[in-house]
Design a protein around this ligand. Structure first.
Ligand SMILES: C[S@@+](CC[C@H](N)C(=O)[O-])C[C@H]1O[C@@H](n2cnc3c(N)ncnc32)[C@H](O)[C@@H]1O
Length: 266
């Protein structure tokens, strides 16, 4: 089946058409990137599957940086579909100031690309488009702490799309909370590591610096890019370069074996 679909999806325009008429299982559509935000679909699917294998009945998924809301609406839709198919409850949350980008702190926020007031949102209009996803408005430095104190299901997927180094660093403090607030491996998407080209990203500013500083700060937790993801996908895509995993090595479930019985070559 997969081989046939792979051959068919090599026909120019077919995947575009499939996205317009999204038939087939959610799993198959994740495999072939038949979603508006395929990176989100991959991250939520991987997290929900991990949760299922570990015996959890629910997860939380997050978008940091919501702006007009296209990403959060997509995250909510993906969560609803995958929740039904995998039998795992998936709660979606979006974090934003609600007033666009704050003031940059210094050169590390790449003020030559972004500035205060960029990406303003209309919170009321967005809330009308959402069914279950929750919007948490305010600076992530404050809202993350409140969220960690109340989160019910472990965090399984996080999209970081806050543009600034300072904002991303604040958002990453979500992993300072107790291990029970997250899965042992959390799928993470970093938006601001490719494009726009004029950003000339480097490991000395922006999201790359926030990731490097996080890894220097923690011995037992590391953010690591998923190596060679494009080779494991049916069709390679740019987002494959943006997927990381938070490894929480001392998490009580980190070493729990998740290989299905059929895959255990005894
Ligand atoms: C590029 S936009 C997000 C786009 C969105 N993810 C999408 O796919 O449509 C970046 C957003 O990050 C938000 N943001 C940046 N720094 C923030 C901070 N410190 N606290 C809360 N929100 C912040 C801005 O308000 C802005 O809406």
């Amino acid at each position: 089946m997969t081989t046939l679909v792979r051959q068919l999806t090599r026909i120019p325009g077919l995947r575009h058409l499939w996205r317009k008429f999204p038939v087939g299982s959610a799993h198959l559509r994740v495999e072939f990137d038949i979603w508006d935000y395929p990176a989100y679909a991959y991250g939520v699917y991987s997290a929900a599957n991990l949760a299922r294998l570990l015996g959890h009945d629910g997860i939380s998924v997050i978008e940091f940086g919501v702006a007009g809301g296209s990403g959060l609406v997509a995250l909510e839709q993906i969560s609803e579909h995958l929740s039904m198919e995998l039998g795992v409850r998936i709660s979606a949350f979006g974090f934003d100031t609600g007033q666009g980008m704050p003031e940059p702190t210094d050169y590390r926020d790449l003020p030559y690309v972004w500035g205060p007031g960029f990406y303003r949102m209309d919170p009321d209009a967005l809330r009308h488009r959402l069914h279950n996803a929750q919007l948490l408005l305010g600076n992530v430095g404050d809202t993350v702490k409140q969220f960690c104190a109340t989160v019910k299901d472990p965090i399984g997927f996080v999209s970081f799309d806050l543009d600034y180094h300072s904002s991303t660093k604040s958002a990453l403090s979500i992993f300072q909370a107790h291990a029970c607030t997250r899965l042992p491996r959390v799928f993470c998407y970093f938006d601001d590591v490719i494009w726009p080209e004029r950003a000339c990203y480097s490991e000395y500013a922006g999201e790359y610096l926030a990731i490097r500083e996080f890894n220097a700060q923690y011995e037992a937790m590391k953010l690591s890019k998923i190596p060679h993801l494009s080779w494991m996908r049916q069709h390679a895509a740019a987002w494959n370069e943006q997927m990381y995993v938070l490894h929480d090595f001392f998490h009580p479930e980190y070493c729990t074996n998740i290989t299905p019985v059929s895959g255990r070559q005894m």
